[in-house]
Design a protein around this ligand. Structure first.
Ligand code: ADP
Ligand code: GLC
Length: 507
């Protein structure tokens, strides 16, 4: 089975959040099952620096007004995962972010930049770029690749089956209707049963409407987004797709987020010996200019600084928090007004708070390893990966009961502590009172070292590896395409691989 995995970001080629982590880990986990997955993403300048053995494989015929594009194939760093980069200097070779310019403003041609990603995905899927490899399944992720199922649905002949995964219903890729023609979307698609959303073109809606199957990234979020509170206006669209819609939980990329081998940590540690965690804490305290105090609870926050992540509520709670005998360290960027609020915290509470406004992957790892407690609340959370990383690093997460957070953290109550299922702290309302009360519960258990140690070990022992979820995706691919996948049977892998080499030799 061959799968083209289309995404706007994949770590370490490009990353702004969890989508990048998933876009590396899931394809690798699927490859372990014998599925020939290949990645497709825009050729951002930094991607070329990291990709291995890049070579031009085809010129992409002019389309959507873009006439400077070529397809580059390479290998995803330190893996065997093939990746196609779309090299278009006019669309992707820019200084600035993946979606925004250096001033933080959305690129004004984002509609075209990501429609072109979808266009090239469809061309590869239909074997029209001159490449020898064509997929049986196209897996499009988030609004950036939302037009891919639509473009393929316009093709009357045989085409690969399409899966669309929404990682966040709040990001919809809605653009003015006058883009329709430029993006090659037939007028007939601009209706309520198509891509029209409040008189705009919605890339997210295109994905939800036109894909053969739709998924999201946790079972609870899959239920939530069928309701107006979480569906961001798309709940009706999703309800119509109920039969073809499923929530599959994300996992942890063991190759990148594993305290036993993490090269970004000053000391590694694992379930049977977590002493290295103390060294990580001391090193981070020193690095952040805080007092090296092994017994002072260190509370971390690694996040986009946004309304979704309740950064405003955390800001409300910080004066209380910083008045406790604790240390607070955060690394995050996002909403400028809230970023400024975090900056003030750094000034006001420099004795026990260290705030980094920005994006820093190594610090995120070091903080996960060093902290005792991770704040990971959210108003909504499709899956959330930071709480999973926290669990794995023996850092107890404080989360709100929503989406993937509800699916992955077990609140420490008298019962769950006794039956050894507790792994963190869960609260219900998105208020600073409830957040503070959950932090208070965590701090009082922190003062009971034996119980705390047990909770840490329980957290670290959780299995959120990708294997189980990848198997669910494989089953879904199989159901969507009618192709059998013989999971776990190595022979099958060999047969598929042989067919491919025979086919390629024939071509
Ligand atoms: P989301 O994708 O909604 O932002 P996730 O929890 O799924 O949330 O994924 C967030 C990812 O981004 C994690 O890998 C986390 O470590 C990383 N991350 C978030 N903010 C920062 C930051 N400021 N610096 C480094 N990594 C960050
Ligand atoms: C989105 C969601 C996050 C999820 C990630 C990967 O960014 O906000 O909850 O973990 O995608 O699926």
């Amino acid at each position: 089975m061959r799968v083209l995995f289309a995404t706007a970001e994949a770590y370490p080629l490009a990353k702004t959040g969890g989508l990048a982590d998933v876009s590396r880990a899931l394809p690798l986990a699927l490859r372990k099952l014998g599925i020939d997955v290949r990645l497709l993403m825009p050729g951002y300048p930094r991607a070329y620096v990291r990709v291995e053995n890049p070579r031009i494989v085809a010129k992409i015929a002019p389309a959507l007004g873009v006439d400077d594009a070529t397809l580059v194939e390479g290998i995803f760093p330190e893996t065997d995962l093939p990746v196609y980069l779309i090299d278009s200097p006019s669309l992707y070779r820019r200084n600035g972010g993946l979606y925004q310019d250096e001033a933080g403003k959305d690129w004004q041609d984002n509609a075209l930049r990501f429609a072109f990603l979808a266009h090239v995905g469809a061309e590869i899927a239909l074997g029209r770029i001159g490449q020898t490899w064509t997929p049986d399944i196209v897996h499009a992720n988030d609004w950036h690749a939302g037009l891919l199922p639509l473009y393929l649905s316009l093709h009357s002949g045989p085409r690969p089956s399409t899966i669309f995964t929404t990682h966040n219903m709040a990001f919809q890729g809605n653009f003015p209707a006058d883009w329709l023609e430029k993006l090659g979307i037939p007028g007939a698609c601009f209706q309520a049963a198509g891509v029209e959303f409040y008189n705009q073109i919605s890339f997210l809606k295109a994905g939800l409407r036109y894909a053969d199957r739709v998924t999201t990234v946790s079972p609870t979020y899959a239920k939530e987004i069928l309701t107006p509170e979480f569906g961001c206006g798309m709940e009706g669209v999703l309800r119509q797709r109920r039969e073809d819609f499923v929530g599959i939980l994300n996992g942890i990329d063991d190759g990148l987020w594993n305290p036993a081998v993490d090269p970004m940590l000053p000391r590694t540690f694992h379930l049977s010996d977590i002493s290295g965690k103390r060294a990580c804490k001391a090193a981070l305290q020193q690095e952040m200019g805080l007092k090296v105090a092994p017994d002072t609870p260190l509370i971390g926050f690694v996040s986009r600084i946004t309304h979704q992540k309740m950064a405003d509520v955390i800001l409300e709670a910080l004066p209380w928090l910083c008045a406790q005998d604790v240390q607070f360290v955060s690394v995050g960027e996002g909403d400028p007004a809230m970023e400024a609020g975090f900056g003030q915290v750094r000034e006001l509470y420099s004795a026990n708070a260290a705030v980094i406004v920005g994006y820093d992957e190594p610090i995120a790892h070091r903080l996960q390893a060093a902290a005792d407690i991770l704040l990971a609340p959210a108003r909504f959370e499709p899956c959330g990966l930071t709480q999973l990383y926290a669990l794995k690093y023996g850092t107890l997460p404080i989360v709100r009961r929503t989406g993937g957070l509800a699916d992955t953290v077990v609140d420490a109550t008298a019962t769950s502590i006794a039956d050894r299922s507790a792994t963190g702290f869960v609260f219900d309302q998105a208020t600073s009172e409830e957040l503070i009360s959950a932090i208070g519960r965590a701090l009082s258990l922190y003062r009971e070292p034996l119980i705390w140690r047990r909770l840490q070990l329980q957290a670290m022992a959780q299995d959120f590896s990708w294997d189980a979820s990848a198997t669910q995706y494989a089953a879904l691919y199989s159901a969507a395409s009618g192709m059998p996948v013989d999971l776990g049977a190595k022979d099958q892998h060999v047969v598929l691989a042989d067919q491919e080499s025979t086919r390629q030799a024939a071509i």
